[in-house]
Design a protein around this ligand. Structure first.
Ligand code: IMP
Ligand code: MG
Length: 215
């Protein structure tokens, strides 16, 4: 079982005034739940755990866009530092795919996978899928079944966040940054209808904002 940092359901979070939050979002957010610095510290440790398990062979890091892009960039920076400073190092290549399953704050039943190189390039490789958040688990399960058709040597999934929710299918990633309450979270590339990716901290969106940015 993957270990993770648990954010409790009754977590009060931190006042927005204590951190730098873009002015244009101040009235949309209630609290900072995971400050950017804590995300970085946890990510550094995930990099170490991943390299320990997967570092024997060429790794293809597969970024699930768009929500995964910040976590992907920061995680790979930490992995690169490990590769620079140890006797044992492995080539790391990257690829990007887009998966879309959300409208407003609801997961829809259809999961679409768009883009990326020929998936057949993944044959024989150690593939690390990098995701922002697992909620029902449907997105990841769909992606994993697509990938298994390409005969990779190994597939591991790292998700920065996993939501504690009765809607979960029971799927758990191999590596988890934080387990979070069943609320809609934004920031650090997680969006609500494309807004809030330009916010460094992970915050809970308030109900007014859900209305304001609804499509
Ligand atoms: P799942 O298929 O239900 O596991 O949903 C996974 C996808 O839904 C993630 O990759 C996100 O893009 C999106 N998602 C789920 N919960 C949240 C959230 O709280 N904030 C932003 N996006 C979310
Ligand atoms: Mg995502």
């Amino acid at each position: 079982m993957a270990s993770y940092l648990q954010i409790a359901d009754d977590e009060k979070g931190h006042d927005l005034d204590l951190f730098c939050v873009p002015r244009h979002y101040e009235s949309d957010l209630d609290k900072v739940i995971i400050p950017h610095g804590l995300i970085m510290d946890r990510t550094e440790r995930l990099a170490r755990d991943i390299i320990q398990d997967m570092g024997g062979h060429h790794i293809v890091a597969l970024c699930v866009l768009k929500g995964g892009y910040k976590f992907f960039a920061d995680l790979l920076d930490y992995i690169k530092v490990l590769n620079h400073n140890s006797d044992k190092s492995v080539p790391l290549t990257v690829d990007f795919i887009r998966v879309k399953s959300y409208c407003n704050d609801k997961s829809t039943n259809s999961v679409r996978v768009i883009g990326g190189d020929e998936l057949s390039n993944l044959a024989g490789k150690n593939v690390l899928i990098v995701e922002d958040i697992v909620e029902t688990g449907r997105t990841m399960q769909t992606l994993l079944s697509r990938l298994s058709e390409c005969n990779p040597k190994m597939v591991k999934v790292v998700s920065l966040l996993v939501k504690r929710t009765p809607r979960s299918s029971g799927y758990r990633p191999d590596y988890i940054g934080f387990e979070v309450p069943d609320a809609f979270l934004v920031g650090y590339a997680l969006d609500y209808n494309e807004y809030f990716r330009d916010l460094s901290h992970i915050c809970i969106l308030n109900d007014q904002a859900k209305e304001k940015y609804k499509v």
